[in-house]
Design a protein around this ligand. Structure first.
Ligand SMILES: NC(=O)c1ccc[n+]([C@@H]2O[C@H](COP(=O)([O-])OP(=O)(O)OC[C@H]3O[C@@H](n4cnc5c(N)ncnc54)[C@H](OP(=O)(O)O)[C@@H]3O)[C@@H](O)[C@H]2O)c1
Length: 325
């Protein structure tokens, strides 16, 4: 698999990473054997960029990745995140007051002495970003962390953070059906030389064509509470996404592959991290990196899924309150 530079500090990763969150939460029951096999297969296929977080599980996802990568640590780039308050095994709000403690825990669970890319998972309104990045940059000086990132940070936060220590990547939601980064954030990232790691690049499965209505997912599945999967929003979004299925059919590809190819064509500073716990989906997603879309196909996708064509916000009100804008 080809490589891309992320940011301007020398981090080089495979053009696609692997999002590991779904192996421990959000999208149905965990299957440890299949998850471990998926991570093995990802490495075989040339993926070297693995995405996890303290809060996934909580803790279980880092432990899983630590086990999966045993003996192969030097071949991969590990990205993890801190920044949530975790109480009784539940995420209860944003909290960047205990960065060192969180990082020590991540290092232990990942069975490593360094994290390649450390993100603040959400901006903490109670803690100035300068203070947060100062602590993060101390960890770089101490050799515990190599590169720094932010997630769902707004323009001012990105500028202030980058002035304290170079930010290598922003990880935020970006896909065919979620384009909020296009007007201001992506131009800012390009101005500052910061890479973009789009999360939920398959729209949590919606763009892959395998989505069901919110109420058809079991209790505990994230999509039950995602407004875009509910009621009339779901119907409108299925209609808007028909273009992805049409182009996929005409190219003998799958909708997931077209959604990923679209992202990869948006700039060589973009490295999506599609999430899956299955070898079958992983192989399909890796093959997307070989698809070339024409200018006409890009235009049809851009226009058919423009923001006005999508119904419903990407988070409920509480979760939207944690997004820094
Ligand atoms: N920074 C943040 O706040 C944040 C938030 C969300 C996610 N993330 C990161 O981003 C990663 C990716 O996002 P995501 O997992 O939320 O969403 P995603 O990649 O858009 O979609 C994942 C869903 O799509 C399904 N899927 C994957 N490939 C498929 C294919 N080829 N055909 C059909 N279905 C397919 C998966 O199914 P299976 O589960 O059955 O494999 C899963 O249900 C996460 O793993 C996580 O590491 C970060």
């Amino acid at each position: 698999m080809n490589k891309r530079s992320l940011g301007s500090q020398g981090l080089v990763v495979s053009v696609e990473g692997l999002g590991c969150m779904g192996m421990s939460q959000s999208y149905g029951p965990a299957d440890e054997q299949e998850s471990l096999a998926t991570i093995d297969r990802a490495i075989e296929l040339g993926i070297d960029f693995f995405d996890t977080a303290e809060v996934y599980g909580p803790y279980k996802n880092e432990e899983l990745l630590g086990r999966a990568l045993r003996g192969r640590r030097d071949r991969v780039i590990i990205a993890t995140k801190f920044g949530w308050k975790i109480e009784d095994g539940k995420m209860t709000g944003v909290d960047s007051s205990r960065i060192r403690e969180a990082v020590e825990g991540s290092l232990r669970r990942l069975a490593t002495d360094h994290i390649d890319l450390l993100y603040q998972h959400r901006v903490d309104p109670k803690r100035p970003i300068e203070e947060v990045v100062n602590t993060m940059s101390d960890l770089v000086r101490e050799g515990k962390v190599r590169f720094l990132g932010l997630s769902e940070a707004g323009e001012q936060t990105i500028r202030h953070a980058h002035a304290v220590h170079p930010i290598t990547a922003l990880q935020s939601e970006y896909s065919l059906w979620e384009r909020n980064l296009e007007p201001a954030i992506i131009p800012l990232l390009r101005e500052l030389g910061i890479g973009l790691v789009p999360f939920s690049p398959l729209g949590r499965g919606f763009l892959a064509g395998s989505a069901k209505r919110a109420e058809e997912y079991p209790e505990g599945d994230f999509r039950r509470g995602d407004p875009r999967f509910q009621g009339e929003n779901f119907d409108a979004n299925v209609r808007a996404a028909s273009i992805v299925r049409d182009i996929a059919a005409s190219r003998n590809a799958t909708p997931a592959q077209i959604a990923l190819a679209w992202l990869l064509h948006k700039g060589d500073d973009i490295v999506p991290i599609p999430g899956t716990k299955r070898c079958k989906y992983l192989e399909e997603n890796v093959a997307a990196a070989s698809i070339t879309l024409s200018a006409d196909e890009m235009k049809r996708l851009d226009e058919s899924l423009r923001p006005e064509a999508i119904s419903g916000p990407r988070y409920n009100e509480r979760a939207m309150g944690w997004v820094d804008r």
